[in-house]
Design a binder for this molecule. Sequence first.
Ligand code: NAD
Length: 351
Amino acid sequence: MKITPIEVDGYEKVARAEDPASGLVAYISVHNTTLGPALGGMRLWNYAHEEDALTDVLRLSRGMTFKSAVARTGLGGGKSVIVADASQKSDALFKAMGAFIESFGGKYITAEDVNIGIPDLLSVRTQTNYVTGLPRDMGGSGNPSPYTALGCFEGVKAAAIEAWGSDDLRGKVVALQGAGNVGIVLGKHLVDCGAKIVVADVNASNVAKACDELSAEAVDVDAIYDVDCDIYAPCALGATLNDETIPRLKCKVVAGAANNQLKDEVRHGNMITERGIVYAPDYVINAGGIINVSLEAEPGGYNEEAAVLRIKNIYHALQSIFETARERSITTHAAAQAVAEANLAEAAATA
Ligand code: NAD
């Protein structure tokens, strides 16, 4: 396997691996380890151009630094991507990826991300110990999605307080974009509190599941932005807050699990604020999964009770971000960034 280091300004360690024997072409990016080893999932994606994979891994690993800094997980930010189609998955490919991860000597710790399943992680695990998110019976913390959903639910309540002065969600209409692993569980929490769900998903069976389990009303994929609702919960893709969609939103709150919701962090963060919409910054509200997995590193190992307590703290973390944004007249995204940077600076000063 050929491992080539790549110098990137502002990043601690980035490398590309190529292993002709297994067909592996992959990147690992360690953005920042001030707060601890860089933990972030492994994504497998059929990128149209290889440079898109590098752009993606850099953007995602930087996001993980800020997510973990706000959530105080004791972890830094990293990510890995494999350039391949899902049909190219093989034991040999993931073993080669395991060797690539091992070459980082613990500076990067992996977990599941898009197109990666437990069998893939188990192949990786044969070559390196730096793997998290394995099933409970294998000593891991298990599937992070229900914990991400729990954190999002706490975040929706904090945003509701900011918008309406109460976190009573009875009768509130939620436009749920994406009823996948996180969206469906978030939907259940919301329905249990008396909210009504309007759903859109490109996957018809997930729409059917939401209609059945959440008594949701279904709308066309593009119509979700026009729904007359109180809360828009993006739980599918990134960049759905953009020039085209923001003017269409009829909600008072945007709070959901998707990563990188603002197409342009500054411009679209401003647009949302100018429309008087309360925006729960994505990497704060969706930190439940990383908080859950971070408990694997605690002395004594993973403890669900402790994880849930910390995840519920997302409610208070968001309240404090909303307060900072109000006091300083800045966007909630900028307020989150300020918290992340302050936590990083504090750790760097005491290192
Ligand atoms: P998932 O793949 O299980 O669900 C995503 C759902 O969105 C699927 O049902 C898919 O069909 C649907 N979808 C895709 N394109 C769509 C579109 N254009 N319109 C409507 N629906 C569409 O993923 P997930 O694990 O539920 O994660 C949801 C989002 O939250 C992702 O953006 C993910 O990156 C982010 N996230 C997830 C976790 C986690 O723990 N799973 C943690 C942090 C962030």
